[in-house]
Write a protein that binds this ligand. Sequence first.
Ligand code: HEM
Length: 472
Amino acid sequence: VKLQPQRVNNFPPGPPALPILGNLLQLSLSNPLKDFERMKNHYGDVYSIFIGHRPAVILNGLKAIKEAIITKGSDYAGRPQDLFVNAIFQGKGVILADYGTNWKEHRRFALITLRNFGMGKKSMEDRIHEEIQYILKTLENSIGTTISPQTLFHNATSNIISQVLFNTRFEYNDDIITVIIRCITEITKYANGAWATLYDYLPMIQNLPLPFREAFKSHKMCVCVGVSMVTEHMRNRIPGEPKDLLDCYLDELEQRGADSSFSHERLIGFAIDLYGAGTDTTSNTLLTGFLYLMCYPDIQERCQQEIDTMLDGKRCASFEDRHNMPYVQAMIHEVQRIANIVPLSIFHSTRKDTELMGYSIPRGTMIIENLTSVLNEEGEWKFPHDFNPENFLNEQGEFVKPEAFMPFSAGPRMCLGEGLARMELFLIMVTLLRKYKFIWPEDAGKPDLTLVYGITMTTQPYRMRVQVRAIQ
Ligand code: HEM
């Protein structure tokens, strides 16, 4: 039995830890957010816990999070390398990659490519609008009955990222996409759950045939799909005329030669990362959005009025239109604030011995940014605990974005898909609200707004009724 973990040398305070288990018994594995809040109220904005023997520092509130990931961003830009998720993804992508050349070059490449440079004639907006037509068709078919939007939004956001990566979309009942989504759901389920924690802290179980092996199998399946996509692109591409991100990568690989961090193997990990990061996050935000719009019909109507006025005579919305739609912008940001999609961000780690709010944090410490604590922080929002677009409007009714709006995190590790996600959310929500009214079914009981905890938060399953609006 190892000794009880101790906090030394000005390390942030926290609850006393047990031998072996650390503070695990004080955390609900199915939803630790309440426990984290309780500890924050007791120990302050920067405190520490032990997950088994591993110390982790939890950051809460705008001030602490800003100091760490923005002001001292480079000190805090590492990722832990020895967790269950690392074992699954084997360090091949960008999300879990530690600070270094591989991460830097891939991140930079993704940012530039996603900004629409060099992906052929089809713009990002075109790719999104194309998919929206399929969403509209599916909603239209649901008229007269009710529809559960979960699979629809999932498939749609998955298709948008597929368009960007592979220049391909899949029919909503396509076998490949059903398998990929099942695999990602499976990986997320294990990465979120108690098995991941046991795997991290009981090394002796790591090679046993326990249920978490399913996550490894699912990852292998995603790699197989990735390999076939890359092979097909290598066969059909026209060098210098990329149609999608995979083609851009293959061009880049050719130019850089063998001694860069770019490789065919890395490309597969990279594509899986972008695909995984881009699907659940955006679709769960949409799910939360439409749930709240049904529960707050006045807000839905006010958005529709603004959309009707601003798009009058236009065939479809463009992302530029957001500047003329302060209320819709405020509503979408408010949905993101309430949806709290990645509540604990993705774990960081310190790259060197550093300090935070007067505490000493050694190199290699796991850092958990509690984004939840900023998105509903008292003092930072007019209505921290309500759903109210006024949180993003000033007295003149203009859109303003408070500093505490951090659903994408901030600093060097900030979400690199922010631009794409915001474009998707705007174009999808505006187009759907323009055409349809969304109504909570009368026989569905009272809506339950409690979100289900996970690496990405989601809503309780629900159904909606869709009604065509009179042509405006
Ligand atoms: C990282 C949120 C959509 C790709 C992250 C992080 C958050 C986040 C909180 C962690 C940042 C950190 O570690 O400090 C969101 C939300 C989204 C969204 C709320 C949608 C509403 C997307 C999309 C893509 C994407 C569409 C793909 C194009 C990534 C990648 C990273 C990341 C690759 C890792 C960045 C790095 O480690 O350098 N995202 N994300 N995300 N996101 Fe997103």
